[in-house]
Design a protein around this ligand. Structure first.
Ligand code: NAP
Length: 290
């Protein structure tokens, strides 16, 4: 078994980005600028946004963190989005999800200018992805494609089972793996909570990508010997023995599944860092398109 180490792979990407930013700087070009909108201050979202801002600094991007109160109205958030769309200095921005219940996430997502949609969630970005046209790919699936490619995982002609059909992970993931690209060209099965013969299908997977949001759901008896397993899940589990008070688990029961696999991504240190690296790649792309 080998680890699909997202920390090492994302560090390589960040090094490459840093060299590109250095070159832009020495040529007197405009430094890429990413903004992140954070509504409220709930634990996980704050951690994710801070990690994104820190990653920007590391590669030499400019970053702006827009903090808004949990009680902000939908209209005021949409006004902020319009402001960011019009801001000529900002190349791309994200609105960290989830948003408070009183705000319609889809409405906000659709208000983001597709030119600045570096999370790749806008219907225009997703539509272009389906058509294999140049666009911003959704950060997590894009990160997984990079993780597979940069670790030399062959995908063409292999059976990939994607668990989960969310708009941000499972659905775009299944489309990217099926596209006529490299990586891609896989035979894809997508499963979800209404799938009846789940284990029968997961056992056929040469590549199993798990994004269901259920801690340690995938057990060894669900995985074929020699499969490649990518675990997208992140769960904070209370753990008094840790200084932080919690530990992180994935959707896969790592200890028992890992020995059966050829490659497996750990949690933490797998898909999470790759998602951030993809966001940075999309931001550089946004800056280059200006
Ligand atoms: P989500 O929106 O809750 O979607 C979960 C999907 O899994 C749904 O399609 C659901 O089916 C399916 N599902 C749930 N239980 C299932 C079961 N027992 N068998 C088969 N399918 C099942 O979650 P998400 O946003 O895609 O995120 C999934 C996980 O990835 C979460 O743990 C999240 O925290 C993590 N995540 C990590 C990153 C990262 O950067 N590492 C990024 C995004 C998300 P239905 O559609 O039928 O309900």
């Amino acid at each position: 078994m080998q680890l699909l180490d997202g920390k090492i792979t994302s560090d390589q990407i960040k090094e490459e980005l840093k060299s590109k930013v250095d070159a832009i700087k020495s040529n007197g070009g405009k430094i890429p600028h990413l903004a992140a909108v954070l509504v409220g201050d709930s634990g996980a979202a704050v951690t994710y946004v801070n990690a994104k801002v820190k990653a920007c600094e590391l590669v030499g991007f400019k970053s702006t963190l827009v903090k808004l109160p949990e009680t902000i109205s939908e209209a005021d958030l949409l006004a902020k989005v319009a402001e960011l769309n019009a801001d000529k200095d900002i190349d791309g921005y994200i609105v960290q999800l989830p948003l408070p219940k009183h705000i319609d996430e889809q409405k906000v997502t659709e208000a983001i200018s597709p030119d600045k949609d570096v999370d790749g969630f806008h219907p225009t970005s997703l539509g272009k992805m389906v058509l294999n046209l140049p666009t911003y790919l959704p950060a997590t699936p894009y990160g997984i494609m990079q993780l597979l490619e940069r670790n030399g995982i062959e995908t063409a002609g292999r059976h990939c089972v994607v668990m989960g059909r969310s708009h941000i992970v499972g659905s775009p993931m299944s489309i990217l793996m099926a596209r006529n690209t490299n990586p891609g060209n896989a035979t894809v099965t997508m499963v979800h909570s209404r799938t009846k013969n789940l284990k029968e299908l997961t056992l056929q997977a040469d590549i199993l990508i798990v994004a269901i949001g259920k801690p340690e759901f995938v057990t060894a008896d669900m995985v074929k010997e020699g499969a490649v397993v990518v675990d997208v899940g992140i769960h904070r589990i209370d753990d008094a023995s840790k200084k932080s008070g919690f530990r992180l688990l994935g959707d896969v029961k790592f200890d028992e599944v890992a020995p059966k696999t050829s490659y497996i991504s750990p949690v933490p240190g797998g898909v999470g860092p790759m998602t951030i690296a993809s966001l940075l790649m999309n931001t550089l792309q946004a800056a280059a398109l200006k």
